[in-house]
Ligand binder design. Structure first.
Ligand SMILES: [Zn+2]
Ligand SMILES: [Zn+2]
Length: 164
């Protein structure tokens, strides 16, 4: 949890703000781990509750789709979310303060990390991937397998060879 005490905003007029800067080390956000969180978060009292605005930098570890090697991936996260008060549920507001006026920003950050997650991460634009036949990481080594030829066809050819 990374909680902020927003109780000073509860009784105040719309427009009142609290600013925080974040400089956190490694964190586990539910199902995703980040190696750091840096940036600023601003909480502004609005009519419906508190507006959370954040601008953060972080880094996650993702796996290259070609060579399957994990590598660090930098992200910039922009957050803007309305947080409601405890005991006043509204269907259009997903996050609420605790009864004491605390708010944990990590679930919100986790959501933004997933939004920013690359669909097809590549460790580098020209990643050569794995050899489909021997599994060698072609960024690190060369193998003696045939460059051409579909491995599935190779298996079929072998099968026919054996069944003769
Ligand atoms: Zn790769
Ligand atoms: Zn190979």
């Amino acid at each position: 949890m990374l909680q902020f005490d927003l109780s000073p905003l509860i009784g105040s007029k719309p427009g009142k703000r609290l600013d925080f800067s974040l400089d956190e080390g490694p964190r586990q956000l539910g199902d995703v781990g980040v190696s750091f969180l840096r940036g600023r978060v601003r909480f502004t009292r609005i009519q419906e509750g508190v507006l959370v605005e954040g601008s953060l930098e972080t880094e996650v570890t993702v796996e290259c789709i070609r060579c399957l090697t994990p590598f660090p991936y930098d992200m910039k996260l922009e957050m803007e979310e309305t947080v409601g008060f405890a005991g006043r549920p509204r269907p259009d507001i997903n996050y609420r303060l605790t009864d004491e006026g605390w708010f944990d920003v990590l679930p919100l950050i986790r959501e933004q990390v997933w939004v920013a997650m690359p669909m097809k991460p590549l460790c580098r634009p020209d990643c050569r991937g794995l050899c489909p036949q021997c599994g060698a990481n072609l960024n690190l080594e060369t193998c003696t397998c045939q460059e051409t030829g579909d491995p599935r066809l190779a298996v079929l050819a072998e099968f026919y060879e054996q069944s003769k």
